[in-house]
Design a protein around this ligand. Sequence first.
Ligand SMILES: NC(=O)c1ccc[n+]([C@@H]2O[C@H](COP(=O)([O-])OP(=O)(O)OC[C@H]3O[C@@H](n4cnc5c(N)ncnc54)[C@H](O)[C@@H]3O)[C@@H](O)[C@H]2O)c1
Length: 383
Amino acid sequence: MDRVRLGLVGLGNIGTLHLRNIEHMDVVELAAVCDIIPEKAKAVSERYNCPGYTDSDAMLADHVCDAVLIGTPHYFHTTIGIAAFESGHHVLVEKPISVHKADCERLIAAHEGTDLVFGAMFNQRTDPSYLKIKQLVDDGELGQFLRINWIITTWFRTQAYYDSGGWRATWAGEGGGVLLNQCPHNLDLLQWICGMPTVVHGFCGIGKRHTIEVEDEVTAYMEYPGGCTGVFITTTGEAPGTNRFEIAGDKGKLVYEGGTITLTRNKVPAGEFLRTSPESFARPPTLVETFTFEDQGRQHTGILENFCDAILTGAPLLAPGEEGIHSVELGNAMLYSSLIGRPVPVPIDGAAYESKLRELVAGSSFVKEATERTETDMGKSFG
Ligand SMILES: NC(=O)c1ccc[n+]([C@@H]2O[C@H](COP(=O)([O-])OP(=O)(O)OC[C@H]3O[C@@H](n4cnc5c(N)ncnc54)[C@H](O)[C@@H]3O)[C@@H](O)[C@H]2O)c1
């Protein structure tokens, strides 16, 4: 095999981007497309001269592709992903890999024991700025972490965005808001670079800036092993917004903002300096270095190409699907803590969170005024 035959499921916003990217790629060919909206499936199958399906099970049963890329609303990532593994297909799933931790575990379990490739579309892992931050942290440049802060409020969305799909920003259709849709990228990078916290205390504004029933504003306090604390702030209701990621360590401080990483190294580690300096108000002398990158890397094309290389040549994945559980768990922890009004330990109790989500779905009286209706029944996802 010199090219991966790909079936693309979900032909909406992100599906359309993937279609355009695939046109310019050598390692992949579009072998089939699928969308529950028949007109979309028909139009795209004609445009790309490949079979079009309205039912992903039928596409999988026909074995017209080696791999599937799942770009549907999130609940279907789990059900279609499991069906794809069970029928012997490699899977590249959009972020988040599932809506909640228990569904992530089901999806991961379906992959376990197979020799199939399982990737997740964490395209921001290809951004040279985040790769550099990870490398600096992994190389121990900051020493022991003291404090982590990420303000990521550049995800501004209008009401028209939320009204554009029946599934968006509802408990039944999406299972959450900014933590499930926009922030999986940041939560993935956060855990990829800094590891997982042991405690999360979340404060979420539900429908605070938009007419929606899920969270659109979040402030979360986190505790990490070794005494480090963190704060994660996000919203889709603030403009112009900020993206400032700051990590303070014993050996220095890293700030990423405006596309530039500023690394300030302490010539003497802060913990040692504060014990040994004879002066009351002295600070350790520092050295400052900055890193700026021209672009944001290969993003979606980079992840898709790497996924195909993993199938064709066994290349290691940049974003293994299994790692997608961590960003989901972080987001679930923030929401769960906010809903029950107290801090939660991490790992969270996936069954308890799933049951809370079921309550929210069952108790919802929110009437969605959407301009485009898509499938909203997530029942299969809950088994
Ligand atoms: N990686 C990224 O940068 C990125 C960007 C945008 C969206 N996403 C993810 O992609 C997914 C889709 O988001 P979107 O904005 O494209 O949504 P969308 O509503 O624009 O498109 C979803 C499409 O899936 C179809 N669909 C729904 N249920 C289906 C099913 N069971 N089988 C087949 N098709 C089905 C819908 O008809 C629709 O055409 C979400 O999980 C989202 O988080 C990722």
